[in-house]
Design a protein around this ligand. Structure first.
Ligand SMILES: Nc1ncnc2c1ncn2[C@@H]1O[C@H](COP(=O)(O)OP(=O)(O)O)[C@@H](O)[C@H]1O
Ligand SMILES: [Mg+2]
Length: 354
Protein backbone atom coordinates (compact mmCIF):
# COMPACT_ATOMS: atom_id res chain seq x y z
CA UNK A 1 0.00 0.00 0.00
CA UNK A 2 1.17 3.49 -0.85
CA UNK A 3 2.19 5.62 2.13
CA UNK A 4 1.95 9.40 1.90
CA UNK A 5 3.43 11.77 4.45
CA UNK A 6 2.21 15.36 4.23
CA UNK A 7 4.20 18.05 6.07
CA UNK A 8 4.82 15.54 8.81
CA UNK A 9 6.46 17.21 11.81
CA UNK A 10 7.44 16.07 15.28
CA UNK A 11 8.72 18.50 17.88
CA UNK A 12 9.98 17.13 21.18
CA UNK A 13 10.39 19.41 24.16
CA UNK A 14 13.14 18.53 26.58
CA UNK A 15 11.46 18.34 29.98
CA UNK A 16 14.39 19.89 31.88
CA UNK A 17 15.77 22.54 29.53
CA UNK A 18 12.43 23.23 27.78
CA UNK A 19 14.41 23.29 24.55
CA UNK A 20 12.61 22.13 21.44
CA UNK A 21 13.97 19.54 19.03
CA UNK A 22 12.43 19.30 15.59
CA UNK A 23 13.02 15.56 15.25
CA UNK A 24 11.09 15.48 11.96
CA UNK A 25 10.59 18.70 10.06
CA UNK A 26 7.93 19.07 7.37
CA UNK A 27 8.46 15.69 5.79
CA UNK A 28 6.60 15.55 2.50
CA UNK A 29 6.96 12.29 0.68
CA UNK A 30 5.09 9.65 -1.26
CA UNK A 31 6.27 6.07 -0.71
CA UNK A 32 5.18 3.92 -3.65
CA UNK A 33 3.21 0.72 -3.20
CA UNK A 34 5.10 -2.56 -3.05
CA UNK A 35 8.60 -1.10 -2.85
CA UNK A 36 11.39 -1.26 -0.32
CA UNK A 37 12.36 2.21 0.87
CA UNK A 38 15.54 2.83 2.80
CA UNK A 39 15.24 5.68 5.29
CA UNK A 40 18.83 6.74 5.69
CA UNK A 41 20.75 9.27 7.74
CA UNK A 42 23.11 9.68 10.68
CA UNK A 43 22.06 8.88 14.22
CA UNK A 44 19.57 11.42 15.58
CA UNK A 45 18.29 12.64 12.19
CA UNK A 46 14.71 11.53 12.89
CA UNK A 47 14.49 8.13 11.20
CA UNK A 48 12.95 6.25 14.13
CA UNK A 49 10.60 9.10 14.94
CA UNK A 50 9.36 9.04 11.33
CA UNK A 51 8.84 5.29 11.51
CA UNK A 52 7.02 5.48 14.84
CA UNK A 53 4.69 8.17 13.49
CA UNK A 54 3.89 5.93 10.51
CA UNK A 55 3.23 3.08 12.94
CA UNK A 56 1.07 5.24 15.19
CA UNK A 57 3.27 4.69 18.26
CA UNK A 58 4.29 8.35 18.12
CA UNK A 59 1.79 11.17 17.55
CA UNK A 60 2.80 13.85 15.01
CA UNK A 61 2.98 17.46 16.17
CA UNK A 62 1.47 18.39 12.81
CA UNK A 63 0.99 16.96 9.34
CA UNK A 64 -0.90 13.95 7.98
CA UNK A 65 -0.23 10.30 7.21
CA UNK A 66 -2.12 8.41 4.52
CA UNK A 67 -2.15 4.68 3.78
CA UNK A 68 -3.47 4.55 0.24
CA UNK A 69 -6.25 7.16 0.22
CA UNK A 70 -7.04 6.68 3.92
CA UNK A 71 -5.97 9.32 6.40
CA UNK A 72 -4.61 7.22 9.29
CA UNK A 73 -3.09 10.11 11.26
CA UNK A 74 -5.32 9.48 14.27
CA UNK A 75 -5.91 5.75 13.76
CA UNK A 76 -4.61 3.53 16.60
CA UNK A 77 -1.44 1.52 15.84
CA UNK A 78 -3.17 -1.88 16.02
CA UNK A 79 -5.78 -0.72 13.49
CA UNK A 80 -3.25 0.44 10.88
CA UNK A 81 -2.23 -2.99 9.63
CA UNK A 82 1.47 -2.57 10.14
CA UNK A 83 4.25 -5.00 10.96
CA UNK A 84 7.09 -3.66 13.10
CA UNK A 85 10.58 -5.03 13.61
CA UNK A 86 13.08 -3.38 15.92
CA UNK A 87 16.83 -3.57 16.32
CA UNK A 88 16.56 -5.69 19.47
CA UNK A 89 14.41 -8.58 18.43
CA UNK A 90 11.86 -8.14 21.26
CA UNK A 91 10.71 -11.75 21.15
CA UNK A 92 8.90 -13.23 24.15
CA UNK A 93 11.63 -15.33 25.77
CA UNK A 94 9.30 -17.83 27.45
CA UNK A 95 7.41 -18.62 24.23
CA UNK A 96 8.47 -20.96 21.43
CA UNK A 97 9.12 -19.68 17.93
CA UNK A 98 5.67 -20.92 16.95
CA UNK A 99 4.01 -19.11 19.84
CA UNK A 100 5.94 -15.93 19.11
CA UNK A 101 4.97 -15.92 15.46
CA UNK A 102 1.30 -16.60 16.00
CA UNK A 103 0.98 -14.24 18.97
CA UNK A 104 -0.65 -11.48 16.83
CA UNK A 105 -3.13 -14.06 15.48
CA UNK A 106 -4.04 -15.27 18.96
CA UNK A 107 -4.62 -11.66 19.91
CA UNK A 108 -6.88 -11.29 16.90
CA UNK A 109 -8.78 -14.43 18.06
CA UNK A 110 -7.88 -16.63 15.11
CA UNK A 111 -8.78 -20.29 15.57
CA UNK A 112 -5.86 -22.38 16.87
CA UNK A 113 -5.69 -24.40 13.70
CA UNK A 114 -5.80 -21.50 11.27
CA UNK A 115 -3.23 -19.62 13.34
CA UNK A 116 -0.86 -22.59 13.25
CA UNK A 117 -1.26 -23.01 9.50
CA UNK A 118 -0.59 -19.33 8.87
CA UNK A 119 2.37 -19.29 11.29
CA UNK A 120 3.95 -22.20 9.40
CA UNK A 121 3.37 -20.42 6.12
CA UNK A 122 5.34 -17.33 7.17
CA UNK A 123 7.94 -19.40 9.01
CA UNK A 124 8.56 -21.18 5.72
CA UNK A 125 8.83 -17.86 3.93
CA UNK A 126 11.60 -16.68 6.28
CA UNK A 127 13.07 -20.20 6.42
CA UNK A 128 12.73 -21.02 10.10
CA UNK A 129 9.96 -23.62 9.86
CA UNK A 130 12.33 -26.26 11.24
CA UNK A 131 12.83 -24.26 14.46
CA UNK A 132 9.21 -23.84 15.55
CA UNK A 133 9.54 -25.55 18.93
CA UNK A 134 12.67 -23.71 20.07
CA UNK A 135 12.80 -20.81 22.49
CA UNK A 136 14.47 -17.55 21.40
CA UNK A 137 17.51 -18.23 23.60
CA UNK A 138 18.18 -21.34 21.51
CA UNK A 139 18.46 -19.32 18.30
CA UNK A 140 21.24 -17.27 16.70
CA UNK A 141 20.79 -13.51 16.32
CA UNK A 142 19.94 -13.90 12.65
CA UNK A 143 17.36 -16.58 13.38
CA UNK A 144 15.80 -14.46 16.12
CA UNK A 145 15.48 -11.58 13.70
CA UNK A 146 13.77 -13.88 11.19
CA UNK A 147 11.26 -14.83 13.86
CA UNK A 148 10.62 -11.14 14.49
CA UNK A 149 10.10 -10.59 10.75
CA UNK A 150 7.78 -13.60 10.55
CA UNK A 151 5.75 -12.24 13.45
CA UNK A 152 5.55 -8.84 11.77
CA UNK A 153 4.32 -10.45 8.54
CA UNK A 154 1.91 -12.98 9.98
CA UNK A 155 -1.16 -10.73 9.70
CA UNK A 156 -0.28 -9.65 6.16
CA UNK A 157 0.38 -6.03 7.05
CA UNK A 158 -0.21 -3.15 4.64
CA UNK A 159 3.20 -1.80 5.53
CA UNK A 160 6.27 -3.43 7.04
CA UNK A 161 8.41 -1.13 9.18
CA UNK A 162 11.96 -2.16 10.08
CA UNK A 163 14.04 -0.04 12.47
CA UNK A 164 17.75 -0.87 12.11
CA UNK A 165 16.88 -4.57 12.05
CA UNK A 166 20.44 -5.72 11.31
CA UNK A 167 22.41 -3.58 13.75
CA UNK A 168 22.80 -6.30 16.36
CA UNK A 169 24.07 -8.93 13.92
CA UNK A 170 27.70 -9.62 13.13
CA UNK A 171 29.03 -8.59 9.72
CA UNK A 172 28.46 -11.87 7.89
CA UNK A 173 24.96 -12.41 9.25
CA UNK A 174 24.15 -8.81 8.48
CA UNK A 175 24.94 -9.34 4.80
CA UNK A 176 23.01 -12.59 4.67
CA UNK A 177 19.98 -11.24 6.52
CA UNK A 178 19.77 -8.12 4.39
CA UNK A 179 19.62 -10.26 1.25
CA UNK A 180 16.99 -12.31 2.99
CA UNK A 181 14.91 -9.22 3.77
CA UNK A 182 15.15 -8.18 0.13
CA UNK A 183 13.96 -11.61 -0.98
CA UNK A 184 11.08 -11.69 1.52
CA UNK A 185 10.01 -8.20 0.48
CA UNK A 186 10.03 -9.21 -3.20
CA UNK A 187 8.09 -12.39 -2.52
CA UNK A 188 5.42 -10.73 -0.40
CA UNK A 189 5.32 -7.42 -2.28
CA UNK A 190 4.61 -5.64 1.01
CA UNK A 191 5.49 -1.94 1.08
CA UNK A 192 8.52 -1.84 3.36
CA UNK A 193 10.29 1.02 5.08
CA UNK A 194 13.75 0.07 6.23
CA UNK A 195 15.54 2.42 8.62
CA UNK A 196 19.32 2.39 8.76
CA UNK A 197 22.28 4.70 9.37
CA UNK A 198 24.43 2.43 7.18
CA UNK A 199 24.56 3.83 3.65
CA UNK A 200 25.94 0.64 2.16
CA UNK A 201 23.08 -1.35 3.65
CA UNK A 202 20.48 1.12 2.37
CA UNK A 203 22.09 1.32 -1.08
CA UNK A 204 22.23 -2.45 -1.51
CA UNK A 205 18.72 -3.29 -0.35
CA UNK A 206 16.48 -0.39 -1.34
CA UNK A 207 14.41 0.35 -4.42
CA UNK A 208 14.46 3.97 -3.27
CA UNK A 209 16.32 5.78 -0.53
CA UNK A 210 15.34 8.84 1.46
CA UNK A 211 18.34 10.70 2.89
CA UNK A 212 17.61 12.72 6.04
CA UNK A 213 19.61 15.27 8.00
CA UNK A 214 18.46 16.92 11.23
CA UNK A 215 14.83 15.98 10.64
CA UNK A 216 14.79 17.31 7.08
CA UNK A 217 14.58 15.17 3.96
CA UNK A 218 17.51 15.95 1.68
CA UNK A 219 16.84 13.70 -1.29
CA UNK A 220 14.66 10.84 -2.50
CA UNK A 221 15.60 8.60 -5.37
CA UNK A 222 16.95 5.29 -6.60
CA UNK A 223 20.20 4.56 -4.76
CA UNK A 224 22.34 4.82 -7.89
CA UNK A 225 20.64 8.03 -9.00
CA UNK A 226 21.24 9.69 -5.64
CA UNK A 227 24.86 8.52 -5.71
CA UNK A 228 25.36 9.85 -9.24
CA UNK A 229 23.44 13.07 -8.71
CA UNK A 230 23.54 14.28 -5.09
CA UNK A 231 21.68 17.54 -4.41
CA UNK A 232 24.08 18.83 -1.77
CA UNK A 233 27.42 18.22 -0.12
CA UNK A 234 25.86 16.34 2.79
CA UNK A 235 24.29 13.73 0.51
CA UNK A 236 27.46 13.44 -1.59
CA UNK A 237 29.51 12.78 1.54
CA UNK A 238 27.01 10.43 3.12
CA UNK A 239 26.93 7.93 0.23
CA UNK A 240 29.84 5.82 -0.96
CA UNK A 241 32.71 3.73 0.39
CA UNK A 242 35.41 4.85 0.36
CA UNK A 243 33.81 8.27 0.82
CA UNK A 244 33.95 11.04 -1.75
CA UNK A 245 37.04 13.31 -1.64
CA UNK A 246 36.18 16.92 -0.87
CA UNK A 247 38.44 19.84 -1.79
CA UNK A 248 38.16 23.52 -1.06
CA UNK A 249 38.19 25.26 -4.41
CA UNK A 250 37.31 28.46 -6.15
CA UNK A 251 35.74 29.50 -9.45
CA UNK A 252 37.62 32.29 -11.22
CA UNK A 253 36.91 33.44 -14.75
CA UNK A 254 34.87 30.34 -15.60
CA UNK A 255 37.55 27.96 -14.39
CA UNK A 256 37.47 25.74 -11.32
CA UNK A 257 40.67 25.83 -9.27
CA UNK A 258 41.95 23.57 -6.54
CA UNK A 259 44.96 25.47 -5.26
CA UNK A 260 46.87 26.56 -8.39
CA UNK A 261 45.49 23.73 -10.51
CA UNK A 262 42.74 24.67 -12.98
CA UNK A 263 40.88 21.37 -13.04
CA UNK A 264 37.98 22.17 -15.36
CA UNK A 265 35.86 24.80 -17.09
CA UNK A 266 32.51 25.91 -15.74
CA UNK A 267 29.69 28.28 -16.67
CA UNK A 268 29.33 29.57 -13.10
CA UNK A 269 30.43 32.97 -11.83
CA UNK A 270 33.29 33.54 -9.40
CA UNK A 271 32.75 32.05 -5.94
CA UNK A 272 34.15 29.67 -3.36
CA UNK A 273 33.18 26.07 -3.99
CA UNK A 274 33.60 22.59 -2.67
CA UNK A 275 34.88 20.23 -5.32
CA UNK A 276 33.94 16.64 -4.57
CA UNK A 277 35.52 13.78 -6.52
CA UNK A 278 34.44 10.15 -6.16
CA UNK A 279 37.29 7.68 -5.56
CA UNK A 280 36.55 6.19 -9.00
CA UNK A 281 36.57 9.68 -10.54
CA UNK A 282 40.34 10.00 -11.06
CA UNK A 283 42.25 9.03 -14.19
CA UNK A 284 45.92 8.42 -14.90
CA UNK A 285 46.01 10.55 -18.04
CA UNK A 286 45.12 14.17 -18.93
CA UNK A 287 46.47 15.22 -15.53
CA UNK A 288 45.03 18.36 -13.93
CA UNK A 289 45.25 17.89 -10.15
CA UNK A 290 48.66 17.72 -8.50
CA UNK A 291 48.84 15.34 -5.57
CA UNK A 292 51.51 13.62 -3.61
CA UNK A 293 51.18 9.86 -3.93
CA UNK A 294 51.83 8.21 -0.58
CA UNK A 295 50.76 4.61 -0.98
CA UNK A 296 49.56 2.18 -3.64
CA UNK A 297 47.47 -0.71 -2.31
CA UNK A 298 46.72 -3.57 -4.68
CA UNK A 299 43.55 -5.41 -3.67
CA UNK A 300 42.77 -8.11 -6.23
CA UNK A 301 41.30 -6.48 -9.27
CA UNK A 302 41.32 -2.96 -7.77
CA UNK A 303 44.11 -0.65 -6.80
CA UNK A 304 43.66 2.01 -4.19
CA UNK A 305 46.01 4.97 -4.38
CA UNK A 306 46.35 7.10 -1.30
CA UNK A 307 47.64 10.60 -1.90
CA UNK A 308 47.69 14.06 -0.37
CA UNK A 309 46.69 17.54 -1.44
CA UNK A 310 46.68 20.53 0.93
CA UNK A 311 43.19 21.59 -0.21
CA UNK A 312 41.58 18.25 0.59
CA UNK A 313 39.30 18.29 3.66
CA UNK A 314 40.72 14.99 4.85
CA UNK A 315 44.40 14.20 5.43
CA UNK A 316 44.38 11.75 2.51
CA UNK A 317 42.69 11.32 -0.86
CA UNK A 318 41.45 7.88 -1.83
CA UNK A 319 41.29 6.96 -5.50
CA UNK A 320 40.49 3.62 -7.11
CA UNK A 321 41.75 2.16 -10.40
CA UNK A 322 41.88 -1.11 -12.29
CA UNK A 323 44.91 -3.16 -11.29
CA UNK A 324 46.04 -3.63 -14.90
CA UNK A 325 46.73 0.08 -15.47
CA UNK A 326 50.22 1.53 -15.42
CA UNK A 327 50.31 3.06 -11.97
CA UNK A 328 52.27 5.87 -10.40
CA UNK A 329 54.52 4.77 -7.55
CA UNK A 330 55.16 7.66 -5.23
CA UNK A 331 55.85 11.38 -5.16
CA UNK A 332 54.28 14.23 -7.13
CA UNK A 333 51.65 13.07 -9.61
CA UNK A 334 49.04 14.83 -11.75
CA UNK A 335 45.71 12.98 -11.76
CA UNK A 336 43.08 13.53 -14.41
CA UNK A 337 39.40 13.57 -13.48
CA UNK A 338 36.20 12.15 -14.97
CA UNK A 339 33.74 15.04 -15.36
CA UNK A 340 30.69 12.94 -14.39
CA UNK A 341 32.35 11.91 -11.12
CA UNK A 342 33.10 15.48 -10.02
CA UNK A 343 30.51 17.63 -8.27
CA UNK A 344 30.65 21.33 -7.46
CA UNK A 345 28.91 22.69 -4.38
CA UNK A 346 28.48 26.31 -3.43
CA UNK A 347 31.01 27.22 -0.75
CA UNK A 348 28.35 28.86 1.44
CA UNK A 349 25.07 26.98 0.92
CA UNK A 350 26.75 23.63 0.13
CA UNK A 351 24.03 23.15 -2.51
CA UNK A 352 25.03 21.54 -5.76
CA UNK A 353 25.85 23.82 -8.70
CA UNK A 354 24.22 22.32 -11.75
N1 LIG B 1 11.01 10.90 23.28
C1 LIG B 1 11.87 11.87 22.95
N2 LIG B 1 12.00 12.99 23.70
C2 LIG B 1 12.85 13.97 23.36
N3 LIG B 1 13.62 13.95 22.24
C3 LIG B 1 13.55 12.86 21.46
C4 LIG B 1 12.67 11.76 21.76
N4 LIG B 1 12.81 10.82 20.79
C5 LIG B 1 13.73 11.32 19.93
N5 LIG B 1 14.18 12.52 20.32
C6 LIG B 1 15.16 13.37 19.61
O1 LIG B 1 14.71 13.51 18.28
C7 LIG B 1 15.79 13.44 17.37
C8 LIG B 1 15.56 12.31 16.39
O2 LIG B 1 15.61 11.09 17.07
P1 LIG B 1 15.41 9.68 16.34
O3 LIG B 1 14.19 9.73 15.52
O4 LIG B 1 15.49 8.63 17.38
O5 LIG B 1 16.69 9.63 15.38
P2 LIG B 1 17.34 8.39 14.59
O6 LIG B 1 16.40 7.24 14.66
O7 LIG B 1 17.55 8.92 13.21
O8 LIG B 1 18.64 8.12 15.26
C9 LIG B 1 17.03 13.30 18.21
O9 LIG B 1 17.57 14.57 18.42
C10 LIG B 1 16.50 12.73 19.51
O10 LIG B 1 17.32 13.05 20.59
MG1 LIG C 1 16.72 5.32 15.47
Amino acid sequence: MKVVLKNLTKVFTNKKTKKEVRAVDNLDVEIPDGKLIGLLGPSGCGKSTTLYMISGLEKPTSGRIYFGDNDVTTVAPEKRGIGLVFQNYALYPHMTVMQNIKFPLDNAKWSTKEAAVRAYEVAKLVQIDDLMQRKPAELSGGQQQRVAIARALVKQPNVLLLDEPLSNLDARLRLQTREEIKRIQKETGVTTIFVTHDQEEAMSISDFIIVMKLGVMQQLGKPQDVYDDPVNLFVAKFLGTPPINVFKGVIKNKKVYIGDDAIMDTTYDDRDVYVAIRPEGFTLDNGVLTCNVEQVEIMGRDVSIISKNPNCEKPTIRSIFDADLKLPTSGKYKFGIKPNKVFLFDGKTEERLR
